[in-house]
Write a protein that binds this ligand. Structure first.
Ligand code: NAP
Length: 461
């Protein structure tokens, strides 16, 4: 009987919804926005400020007191003040003893100070329990309610109970706490808001560099060469023709660069006979930004599709078509349908459409909302198997388009190959090596290595 009643007691919801008072030091932008959100979530809020005058900007249900008075009213104090002013807290050390201090501060530069702001606060007030949180949430997002993209709040601290208390507040505000461990993680958390697309830097710089190279390469061969040797002014090629040559080339090369590091990794593992040695740094970094490379490749492929769709609207294209018709009329001779050409053009288009479709599928499955809903095997199937299929289709699309020009001397202006020939080098190399790697005599040892087998185990008995 007693046992049962204790269960009933445990399941009875807590009828008093009263939340504990939270103190916020600082009535600046962040302090006000957070206070506003906390009051909405049912927390009584008391501000500690240098000026106890109530202003219109401060949430109307909040109290404003001196720092010492406010701190006495709460067990949790959020320090919404810049790090350089933390010294003012030292005379309050006694009042703040045993309290949970939440450090939300950010810096202006990466690794600006030798220690994180949270560790600095913990050094200043060793009697308090410092927790790092909220620094990746912006005051504007808190106030405007546009938190969809940044619901995660990274929390770290040495005192587990204090961390739990802060995580409970985070949850009550409708946000998602993410425990990052001890206060040692604070420096990393403080660096997050200062990072500018960290995973995108290499792919963006690489794409910009390659795009510029191919653009000027085409400009030289298609505009300058034609002007010098054929006296034709095709400078308008800069608007659509050249971009529509550069985009597919970039899409194909970047897609191949998504799969090239995997090939290098396989070769390195086969050579070393183990998977337990780290890859070189450059390869690690390259592997980490494959998704970004793939998404940029997809952007180039989409541009290529759009540029191709507008082709019939171009004045140059209609002029060339009507010129062909007029010359047939003048010669009173209709050119018969060239079946081979019709096959080539249809195959070329079909391969392009299939390649683009798979490209889009790869892009969609790389979205977190989609990748989170498939299991690891399904994700690998799409990204690896269908990814290689996309690479095969896109490479074949380029080969069919340019294949007939390979042996034609007119394709080598200034003895230079056309860019679609250059674009085929990396994809073909990736596909050939991949083909070799799937031979059973190579695939078997590679699979064993990836399952933990070692050719020369260090710790053999
Ligand atoms: P803010 O608007 O400049 O407010 C800072 C507040 O600190 C002031 O309003 C003032 O409050 C207090 N203060 C200023 N000088 C002081 C001093 N010498 N001694 C004691 N208190 C002093 O800054 P904020 O944008 O709210 O940012 C506050 C903290 O939150 C910073 O560490 C920032 O890195 C962090 N943060 C801000 C955002 C954001 O979106 N703004 C986002 C994440 C983290 P009183 O006048 O009431 O004393």
């Amino acid at each position: 009987m007693n046992k049962n009643s204790s269960h009933i007691m445990a399941l009875t919801p807590n009828t008093s919804n009263k939340r504990e008072t939270v103190c916020i030091f600082g009535t600046g932008d962040f302090g006000r926005a957070l206070g506003h959100k906390m009051i909405q979530s049912g927390y009584p809020v008391v501000y500690g400020s240098r000026s106890t005058q109530i202003s219109n900007l401060i949430p109307k249900d909040a109290e404003v007191l001196s720092h010492a008075e406010a701190a006495q009213k709460a067990a949790i104090i959020i320090i919404a003040i810049q790090r350089q002013h933390y010294n003012f807290l030292m005379p309050l050390a006694e009042i703040l003893h045993g309290k949970v201090l939440v450090d939300i501060s950010n810096n202006l530069k990466l690794n600006q100070y030798p220690e994180s702001n949270a560790e600095y606060l913990a050094q200043l007030l060793p009697g308090s329990k410092v927790v790092k949180a909220f620094n990746t949430v912006s005051a504007w997002a808190l106030q405007s309610g546009t938190l969809d993209a940044s619901r995660q709040v990274f929390v770290c601290g040495d005192d587990v109970e204090a961390k739990q208390m802060v995580m409970n507040i985070v949850r009550a505000l409708g946000l998602t706490p993410l425990d990052k461990g001890s206060l040692l993680a604070a420096q990393e958390i403080e660096n997050y808001p200062l990072q500018l697309f960290p995973m995108w830097k290499f792919p963006i710089f690489l794409s910009l560099g390659l795009t510029a190279f191919f653009f000027f390469y085409c400009l030289a061969l298609d505009v300058i060469y034609t002007y010098i040797y054929e006296k034709n002014n095709f400078s308008f090629f800069i608007a659509i023709t050249i971009p529509n040559r550069v985009c597919p080339v970039m899409a194909l090369i970047l897609l191949a660069l998504v799969y090239l590091p995997g090939i290098f990794a396989a070769i390195i593992q086969l050579y070393r006979g183990t998977k337990y040695r780290r890859f070189p740094d450059w390869l690690d970094k390259w592997m980490l930004c494959r998704k970004q490379l793939g998404l940029i490749a997809l952007a180039f492929a989409s541009l290529h599709a759009v540029f191709t769709l507008v082709t019939p609207m171009r004045a140059f294209v209609s002029w060339r078509t009507s010129k062909g018709i007029i010359s047939q009329a003048l010669n009173n001779k209709t050119e018969p349908l060239n079946n081979t050409n019709a096959w080539i053009s249809d195959c070329y288009l079909a391969l392009g459409i299939l390649g683009f479709f798979l490209f889009v599928l790869l892009g969609i499955t790389s979205l977190p909302s989609v990748s989170n809903s498939v299991n690891w095997r399904e994700f690998r199937f799409v990204q690896s198997k269908l990814g290689y299929l996309a690479l095969i289709f896109c490479t074949a699309h380029t080969l069919v388009y340019g294949g007939k020009w390979f042996l034609s001397p007119s394709a080598y202006k200034w003895y230079l190959p056309n860019i679609y020939m250059l674009s085929l080098v990396i994809p073909c190399a990736v596909l050939v090596v991949k083909f070799v790697l799937i031979f059973p005599c190579i695939d078997k040892p590679l699979t064993q290595i990836r399952q933990g087998w070692e050719r020369n185990p260090k710790h053999s008995e």
